[in-house]
Design a protein around this ligand. Structure first.
Ligand code: ZN
Length: 415
């Protein structure tokens, strides 16, 4: 099956002179967040509007929140067409669901689960030309609000981004569900969200920088990302404490909104730079792909980004915050040894330089410079880790011993 690709770069960047690219902001049409809102999904669905939706959810997701969703839809006499998510956001998976929906006459698609299931939902909805409703069960990334999916091969290797002309019609985030997931996901989302501000700021200040969709960042997106960083510093630790006790309080609400909405708008309409360039290529190492979450790799990417820009004080402040909540602050936390894995580090640097947004930095990013920043970030993180200890990291990764020697348990996708 061949899908017609939409290229936002052609629409927005076109052949205009570099300085004339427009500022564009993209956001979901509606965002609903609160404890128990998934139980009101039927009510919210009526404004899409939809009376015959498809429901894409994994078997595990169905066990976790299926009853609540089906009950809510039953109350408005809606019986969804079920689609079981197989675990990977690949062309094969999408094709399977598109074929299944032939002749079903659905008018919306509800995707419920983790990042890959939500991304798959956006693709299927686009292919059958219906609005997508996104219900994240984790606050681990900023994917739910964006109009792009990350495609993988069926084996799980990165394939390509897939852009859509429309963002989600509705995003429903139940904080009561989010706090019942392991807190490591929430913490990972904080790493991803913290980076959003620094990358958006870099792009905003550099007139040559472009967002993923080929536009200039909007001031609004940068302000939204900045608010996210402020909320993280102010409420991150309190949110983690509450979520660890399965409690939802205002701090949890602030951090879930930061990880999902603020960071979502921030990265898509503010732009990415070195932090995500480094983080995005790390999963090419199978043990990193298998053992670490996106936001955990972004955390190390952000420290590298700040060292690259010479913002050492800010890098230290962020490393201290990361150490407090359990994010990686040095390469050992990502099972990388700065001496023994030198070739792997070179590989990360080499691949990162191929990603266009690494070059959103206001100076020429060379292999030598990026590697130097990565190693500098590692040493800075080691210092912070020695001063503050890494209990929070060990607790999240269930490590009794040396983090370099033991990898965290496999991260399951599609929760
Ligand atoms: Zn990210």
């Amino acid at each position: 099956m061949k899908f017609r690709d939409y290229s936002p770069q052609e629409v927005f960047a076109g052949d205009a002179p570099a300085q004339r690219s427009p500022r564009v902001i993209i956001a979901p049409q509606r965002y609903v967040q609160g404890k128990g809102v998934l139980g009101q999904l039927g009510r919210h669905l009526s404004v899409v509007p939809s009376t015959r939706p498809a429901l894409l959810i994994s078997e595990r997701g169905l066990k976790r929140v299926g009853r609540c969703i089906l009950h809510s839809l039953k109350r408005i006499r809606v019986k969804p067409v079920p689609l079981v998510f197989g675990g990977e956001c690949s062309d094969e998976e999408i094709k399977r669901h598109v074929i299944q929906l032939r002749g079903q006459d659905v008018d919306a698609l509800i995707a419920v689960g983790g990042g890959k299931c939500l991304d798959a939902g956006k693709c299927v909805a686009h292919c059958v030309a219906v609005p997508v409703v996104i219900c994240p069960t984790l606050a681990s990334t900023d994917a739910p609000c964006s109009a792009v999916s990350v495609m993988y091969t069926p084996e799980g290797a990165f394939d390509r981004p897939w852009f859509f002309p429309n963002g989600p019609a509705l995003v429903v985030v139940d904080t009561g569900v989010i706090v019942r997931a392991p807190v490591r996901y929430l913490v990972s989302g904080m790493g991803d969200a913290m980076s959003t501000f620094y990358e958006a700021r870099t792009c905003f200040r550099n007139p040559r920088a472009r967002t993923m969709i080929g536009t200039r960042p909007t001031a609004a997106a940068v302000a939204i990302a900045e608010l996210g960083a402020r909320l993280l510093f102010g409420d991150g630790v309190r949110a983690l404490e509450a979520a660890s006790r399965l409690k939802v309080n205002e701090a949890v609400e602030n951090i879930v909104e930061t990880n999902t909405l603020l960071s979502g708008i921030g990265f898509e309409s503010g732009g990415l730079a070195a932090a995500h360039g480094v983080a995005q290529v790390m999963p090419m190492l199978p043990r990193l792909h298998k053992n670490y979450l996106h936001g955990e790799m972004v955390a190390m990417g952000l420290l590298t980004h700040l060292c690259l820009e010479g913002q050492l004080e800010e890098a230290r402040r962020i490393a201290e915050f990361f150490a407090e909540i359990g994010l990686p602050v040095h390469l050992g936390h990502l099972s990388l040894n700065v001496d023994r894995h030198d070739r792997e580090l070179d590989g990360i640097v080499r691949e990162a330089l191929k990603i266009f947004f690494v070059h959103n930095e206001p100076f020429k990013v060379t292999a030598q410079r990026l590697k130097g920043a990565l190693v500098q970030a590692h040493h800075l993180g080691m210092e912070v880790s020695e001063e503050m200890g890494d209990e929070a990291y060990r607790r999240l990764h269930r490590l009794p011993g040396n983090p370099e020697a033991q990898f965290s348990r496999r991260i399951s996708s599609g929760l």
